[in-house]
Design a protein around this ligand. Structure first.
Ligand code: MG
Length: 317
């Protein structure tokens, strides 16, 4: 129930307030919302390039429209949207690489300006490629999802620099619980702030409603069926840490200790952290994450709990 409420609160005003609000909230420039889905593939695996066309109040699916997929400016395939507004075509990468496509809605039959073309990537890697999964909100974005809706969120200090460094030896995958409506906005934000390129995996309405932990656990499990060297998972929620840990991935949880936190708030942080297994790292900044990934330092959750206990003790003296 709470999840429905969250979704209605997030998306309701968007749909009810017309194109202006949609432009501001979702980062679209049209009455239509046109989204694409990034994906990962093994060499010679057949995957689907997917795009979805929605429009109007409550973003209804738009069936029967022509969608063209281009690869390097050359037409790759043409298809039509189905009853869910989905357009999908098969693609089989022959070897590892980042295969970029552009999806465009053909203007014929549209009642308004066509949506902007969207880029999607099929990231093809060998099964043993080192991979790092990274969350977005409160992990590389300094604030939470609400700021994404209403403002222009700023990056977490050092996050872009560290991710650029580690992306030379690892494939980065952005794994976020944000609904895929926010795909265009999320990708422009990553580009604008110089983050390394990587597939952005987002929830759909149905997977959003399952909650962050269930959604991420399912995504991690399906990635692990193909890829056997997912080295680290980075996120801000205790549930992120548990989802990574339960799937045998070294988890890094990044938290903030507000300088003005009350004793009650600090004690709540301690009790939130206590269920985390000792092998889960808990940090407060990206310079620490860099050291963990380089194998130079370890930040077990017990170390952070002690640190917060000391803050509580000093405050009460
Ligand atoms: Mg987050």
């Amino acid at each position: 129930m709470k999840k429905w409420l969250t979704l209605v609160l997030i998306l309701g005003p968007t749909f009810l307030s017309g194109c202006g609000a949609q432009t501001a909230l979702l980062g679209t420039q049209s009455t239509y919302l046109f989204t694409v889905m990034d994906s990962l593939a093994l060499p010679a695996e057949q995957v689907q390039l997917k795009a979805q066309l929605l429009a109007g109040d409550f973003l209804k699916p738009q069936p029967g429209y022509i969608v063209k997929f281009y690869q390097n400016d050359k037409l790759f395939k043409i298809t039509q949207t189905d009853q869910h507004g989905l357009a999908s075509v098969n693609f089989q990468p022959s070897k590892p690489g980042n295969y970029r496509f552009t999806a465009k809605v053909h203007p014929v039959g549209l009642s308004a300006k066509p949506p902007a073309p969207r880029e999607l990537v099929v990231c093809c890697r060998e099964p043993e490629t080192p991979i790092i999964l990274v969350d977005m909100d409160k992990t590389i974005v300094a604030s939470g999802f609400q700021t994404v809706l209403i403002g222009n969120p700023v990056p977490m200090t050092d996050s872009a620099a560290v991710l650029n460094d580690i992306s030379t030896n690892n494939t980065l995958i952005y794994l976020t619980h944000r609904p895929d409506y926010f795909g265009p906005k999320s990708k422009s934000w990553l580009t604008e702030h110089n983050y390394p390129k990587g597939p952005v995996l987002m929830s759909t309405v149905s997977t959003f409603l399952k909650g962050s932990k269930v959604y991420k656990s399912e995504m991690i499990r399906s990635l692990k069926e193909k890829f056997h060297n997912i080295r680290f998972g980075i996120g801000d929620k205790i549930s992120d840490g548990l989802a990574y840990h339960e799937n045998s991935i070294t988890a890094i949880v990044i938290i903030q200790i507000p300088p003005e936190a009350t004793q009650v708030e600090l004690e709540k942080m301690i009790s939130d952290l206590e269920p985390l297994p000792g092998t889960v790292h808990v940090v407060t900044g990206w310079s620490q994450i860099e050291k963990i990934i380089a194998g130079e330092e370890s930040y077990p959750s017990s170390r952070m709990i002690e640190q917060i206990k000391n803050v509580v003790q000093n405050a009460s003296q």
